[in-house]
Design a protein around this ligand. Sequence first.
Ligand code: NOJ
Ligand code: CA
Length: 577
Amino acid sequence: MDTNCNRPTEIDLMINDLWYKNAIVYCLSVGTYMDANGDGIGDFQGLMRRLDYLHGLGVTAVWLMPFQPSPGKDDGYDISDYYGVNPAYGTLGDFVEFTHAAKQRGIRVLIDLVVNHTSDQHPWFRSARSDPNSQFRDWYVWSDRKPPNAGKGMVFPGVQKSTWNYDREAKAWYFHRFYDFQPDLNTSNPKVQAEILKIMGFWIQLGVSGFRMDAVPFIISTKGPKVRKPVEQYDMLRSLREFLQWRQGDSIILAEANVLPETDMEYFGKAGDRMHMMFNFQANQTLFYALAAADKGPLVKALKATRTRPATAQWGMFLRNHDELDLGRLTDEERKVVFDAFGPSKNMQLYDRGIRRRLAPMFNGDRRRLELAYSLMFTLPGTPVVRYGDELGMGDNLDLPERVCARTPMQWSTEPQAGFTKSNNPVVPVIDTGPYAYEHVNAAVQRRDPNSMLNWTERIIRMRKEVPEIGWGDFEVIDTRGEAVLVMRYDWRNNSVLFVHNLDDKPREIRFAVGLKDESDKLLVNLLGEDHSSAREDGHHHLLIEAFGYRWYRVGGLDYLLKRSDIDLGKRSKGKK
Ligand code: NOJ
Ligand code: CA
């Protein structure tokens, strides 16, 4: 299979099956979305009642954060039973009703698969710590002595003090890559590996279409007191995929792996035989730099560095998620620029590397910048992943600790508690003061306003779905002078689209040639407005783009669907590449 491009003929016919190549994913926590039974905690019944909202917004898949039984010390990422539903959210029965109701609306369900570690309250760990001869002892990672690297490799620096803790009951040290209440599973143990497959098989049977796999690099790493430099065992990824695809052909794994581009193909598999999807953390971090500095340079570099992927693989593109905006892969200077622009005070930053705010407050609620950021994200090579509430421009509550600040309840209406719950005591306080209070920012009011962020998002999602070139095609970055305007063209099945983004707070004049072999590139039809562009005699388009402006164009005209070919016909550019 050609790994260098996105359009191998042999899979063209699979277009309707590889749903994740061109999906719109929406991520949410059941506990903060909608509370149906009035106890203050969101639940599956409530989420089900909001499926029509999600359907109307146009999303084609939802990704649920962990909802299994859990002591809740890391918002559910500390699971104490992989085969159940946290009773606060409902029952397995409710879960199946939910996946069924989603399916009826054509919405797929992805769930978090958190198997790098369990909660320390999981019966496996309780058994393992209580008895050296327990059948679960080897399911975790132990050491008799304090390992020399115990003070290294923390994922939450500043909050987490070490990666090894002494357990008095076990009379031994246990390894925890994350918080100390999250003992790492010994994922090299074949019994643990078999259990992971069993967990996947279980949820597949209950109607999910796949998994967002938590902490993948750590799952596949060698672990132990003697491991100085963990080594990734990439082969494990193939067994996960084989199992999943044998059980249900169109289910997928979306990997959380914040890794360098040189190892991307290890994760995807050279023959496309490992992860179906990965989040593109390189693009995410450089995108925020681009927005902060009005400099596309590092973003373009990241897009080119992550261009190579198997034809069946896809990037997940995102702006914000439930964690901090991790800027750890930027240079110190770049990170400083982003901090200065979007998170200047210490209180807004987290773990010495990121920003914990939601999107809208980072941009001071500036609608032009929000649209620009979204428009960019929606037109990067991959599948967009939208964070709940960002479609409204929801804010954060920096009085809440760590990442909880950006996990407040969904703001549905002007009713008490934002219409999230009938209880006066919601699980996380609703935002009720300042410019992002639910009285101002909520779905009901925005629904009635044709110019709201919500209706803008709905329209852009609709348009994004009609531009499959982004998900399936190959891209080219088109030269314009200066760093502030990004122009990208996608080609697929004899069609091309072109996107222009002005990162600057000043209007910019640009001039460029679209670069196709034929004459069709002399006309650019604006998909979002009436100002189309015809090339001048020199063959170049001349555009004046307002501050933070963006344009979505079809190249050639609106007869594109009449011209679309059944299989891809290769490069449409002038010259070689
Ligand atoms: C990554 C998740 O996104 C984060 O929220 C969590 O705390 C860690 N993994 C540990 O599971
Ligand atoms: Ca409830």
